[in-house]
Design a protein around this ligand. Structure first.
Ligand SMILES: [Zn+2]
Length: 74
């Protein structure tokens, strides 16, 4: 039984190299200039191959908050 259910909410990415299911990772880093960057990606536990899904950069300067989103389609 491989992929019988059509579940669109739960997208599972398979690794190109070894066919293993990849897990979702969220990474947030704070930069020294107050900028915050979040990266969302899928990562293979076996070989470390990763697929980036989204990158969010939050910039706070004075009273302005600028959010930049970059979504990568599969
Ligand atoms: Zn892999």
């Amino acid at each position: 039984m491989s992929s019988s259910g059509k579940n669109f909410e739960e997208r599972v990415f398979m690794c190109k190299k070894d066919g293993k299911p990849m897990y979702f990772v969220e990474e947030t880093e704070k930069m020294s200039n107050g900028q915050r960057r979040s990266v969302f990606y899928y990562r293979c536990p076996i070989c470390g191959y990763r697929i980036e899904v989204e990158q969010v950069v939050i910039n706070v300067s004075n009273d302005n908050i600028v959010v930049k989103r970059r979504i990568r389609k599969k």
